[in-house]
Ligand binder design. Sequence first.
Ligand SMILES: [Zn+2]
Length: 107
Amino acid sequence: MLTLTCPYCGVAAEETELSPGGEAHLKRFGPGSSDEEFEGYMFARANPKGVHFERWRHAYGCGKWFLAARDTATLQVFGTYAAQTPGPTPEILAAIRAVRPDWNPEL
Ligand SMILES: [Zn+2]
């Protein structure tokens, strides 16, 4: 079972206490963008087998949104961080590279 630690309240919450929110760090496109950019923002999502950055909500806890870095194949969690963070923290990137030195982020 997937267990993520909420960065706000510190609770190690099991997957059933959380609500998934999809891919993290999406670049938003709105009015003034091209049709292709808006279509990509609305519908195109990464679905990698490996390192993935995701949005989660501590639905049956503090209720706040946060971000998590994990491996979708092994369920290894590299870390969680606040939803307002524009990108993964250096500590999380170091944890990922320690396990997957060949990992190349596309952030
Ligand atoms: Zn929480």
